[in-house]
Design a protein around this ligand. Structure first.
Ligand SMILES: Cc1cc2nc3c(=O)[nH]c(=O)nc-3n(C[C@H](O)[C@H](O)[C@H](O)COP(=O)(O)OP(=O)(O)OC[C@H]3O[C@@H](n4cnc5c(N)ncnc54)[C@H](O)[C@@H]3O)c2cc1C
Length: 309
């Protein structure tokens, strides 16, 4: 079901009047986990949903470009000047967990590890794997983030979104959205995810869930290069195969272009060894694609989202 919550937002404007401020010429490097990114003309970090609406209204009135980023953990941002407004959702972090029903309502900027820990503390089962993914709820729904066969969409009930075209807010039930491996409908529409509702399994053993959550983090940090800047897996796994395995078999483990290197720990990770540029990362991605295609006959599709390319 799709429900309009605040149609004709303009008429409600005076009730929810908020002051908004944008910053100019902000370097996006500090807003990505790979620690790369050029300047954005305007930058904002709204603290409430109403501020998000105000910013997008401002964008629309001024006919500007805009982009939404969460924790920047799946982003390659070109090292150039990006016109328009970049909205970072990191400060939208309200979350409510009902430990009796297992229902969770979270704003889009809530970090997945925060949600994983809160679920464990409240005895809600199902989110133990979220601990190792350094992204926000909004980014995770957009990407349909997952671990093995578990995807975030499995626990999703509905999403509250802002349609930038008419500045209306809708609540969309999961049944009206498409989720596939690392794909959601949000990759093909113009909707900004504001809030999401989930259901987890309530009344479970807190100690057991907490232990499993900790173990999952330990497993992740011992098999993936968490100690270096990266954006997680660079490529989607092809059907019945693993991108990391194919990259390794193509002889590219440890291969580097400038400061960009195929991780020695996990070949589907590219790490920034300190001074990598966006061009070097982009070139490394292209080289990996060419070599894997030549040697293994498979074209790897990037999972990482690119801005400015
Ligand atoms: C060390 C490491 C480990 C990782 N492990 C995993 C893993 O196990 N599984 C996995 O799936 N991923 C993994 N990732 C990748 C990444 O963390 C996920 O894709 C995450 O869900 C991205 O969330 P984000 O908030 O960082 O999104 P961003 O990178 O900021 O953005 C990603 C995309 O989502 C869009 N977006 C973000 N917020 C919103 C919003 N509110 N509304 C609309 N669009 C939005 C952006 O425009 C962009 O296109 C890993 C990354 C790192 C660095």
């Amino acid at each position: 079901m799709i429900v309009i919550i605040y149609g004709h937002y303009y008429t409600l404007n005076y009730i929810f009047m908020v002051n908004i401020q944008v910053k100019n010429n902000i370097k996006l490097l500090n807003y990505t986990t790979i620690k790369i990114g050029g300047y954005t003309e305007f930058f904002a970090e709204p603290e409430t949903i109403f501020e998000v609406i105000e910013y997008l209204k401002w964008v629309k009135l001024n006919n500007l470009k805009y982009r939404i980023i969460g924790a920047g953990s799946n982003l390659l941002i070109k090292n150039t000047f990006h016109k328009g407004l970049t909205i970072c959702t990191r400060k939208l972090k309200k979350i409510k967990i009902n430990k009796i029903s297992g229902l969770v309502e979270a704003e889009c900027g809530v970090m997945l590890p925060v949600m994983a820990n809160l679920l464990a503390q409240n005895g809600c089962e199902g989110g133990e794997w979220l601990i190792g993914i350094p992204g926000t709820i909004g980014g995770a729904i957009f990407m349909n983030a997952g671990s093995g066969k578990l995807w975030i969409s499995k626990y999703l009930l509905s999403v509250e979104v802002l349609d930038t075209e008419n500045l209306s807010i809708y609540k969309i039930d999961k049944e009206n959205l498409i989720f596939k491996y690392r794909f959601s409908s949000f990759q093909t529409n113009n909707l900004t995810i504001l809030r999401a509702n989930f259901i987890f399994r309530p009344n479970k053993n807190i100690k057991k869930i907490t232990q499993e959550t900790k173990q999952n983090l330990k497993k992740k940090t011992s098999t993936q290069p968490y100690h270096l800047p990266s954006f997680g897996s660079v490529f989607k796994n092809p059907i019945n195969n693993y991108a990391g395995k194919l990259i390794e078999e193509a002889g590219l483990k440890g291969f580097a272009i400038g400061g960009a290197q195929v991780s020695m720990m996990h070949s589907n990770f590219i790490v920034n060894n300190g001074d990598a540029t966006s061009e070097e990362i982009y070139e490394l991605i292209s080289v990996i694609q060419q070599k894997v295609l030549q040697k293994k006959g498979i074209f790897l599709h990037p999972e990482v989202r690119m801005i400015g390319y």
